[in-house]
Design a protein around this ligand. Sequence first.
Ligand code: UT7
Length: 317
Amino acid sequence: MGVKICGTGSAVPSRVVTNDDMAKIVETSDEWISTRTGIRSRHYCDAEAGETHRTLVRDAAERALEAAGITPAEVGVCLVATFTADTCTPSAACLLQADLGMAEDTLCFDLNAACAGFVYGLHVAEALLPAAKRPYALVVGADVLSHVMDFTDRTTCVLFGDGAGAAVLAWREDYPQLHAVWGSRGDDTSLYAPGAGAGEPSYLHMDGRAVFRFATEVMPKCTKEVLEDAGISADDVDRFVFHQANKRIVDFAVKKLGLDPAKCEGNIDHTGNTSAGSVPILLDEIVRAGEVGPGSRILMAGFGAGLTWAGALAELV
Ligand code: UT7
């Protein structure tokens, strides 16, 4: 018994912020950002247009449910992976329950594994589904990084964007188990955002070079471990969906593992790093572009603050 992905959705805010726009805020250039990261633009929530973390989560979730062809009342587990929700409590998952009218006995909670959160969430949802009231899980990854950026720090603020992605998992006795791996390294503080009690603004702080070293260690490692766990080779995977933090990190992993680059294309050029939104937004883009379809096997991998990392192989219905 296990799960398959039966619908995806995503939402990014309307405001597009180009690298030239960033160069008006901090001392940087389109040339530096695009050659070091692959990013050309990102999206920021526009408060005047009513765009918030909550609206992104709702829009992505609605699109995923519509694609899955199920109603909110059929959802048994509702997880939102995030560390930038509008409120610490109620959780973004509870707000989503209210917005979509999900049943009161839906398991709703937020999960914080930063950029690895969505992939963590797939595994957590699969584990919970056998005990849930209904056999569908809505897993959302969403972050509004523009709310936690220090716009005087050019080493971080140019990298991130806002967005949400969602997937509906269907659990059935005859579906395969997810092949998933995960890890955390809590003693590494190279990427952190202080909480309410820290007495300082909750800006994201990052030692970019240290995180780069970590990412190039764990991305190939966890991809390889998922393949080993599933007992398959990279050729058996239809598409790799890697966390979009820096195109150079993905290129490194692709080269190290000898993967076909055409199966690993990203979208960081127009999204920036959307943290927990990154993997499910890219997943939804390739589904909607028809790059993958029923029966496709997709290997997803993410890493981020915690430090955390996770990989999972899932099949589309
Ligand atoms: O999902 C969360 C995970 N986050 C990540 O995965 C990020 C991982 N790290 C990275 O992607 C890269 O380390 C960065 C993109 C953050 C930085 O790239 P880098 O090639 O490692 O650059 P660097 O930190 O070695 O800095 C090179 C130079 C420095 O100047 P000096 O010391 O050589 O004179 C920086 O001050 O680039 C300078 N620099 C900038 N210049 C223009 C740093 N940020 C900027 C900027 N614009 N925005």
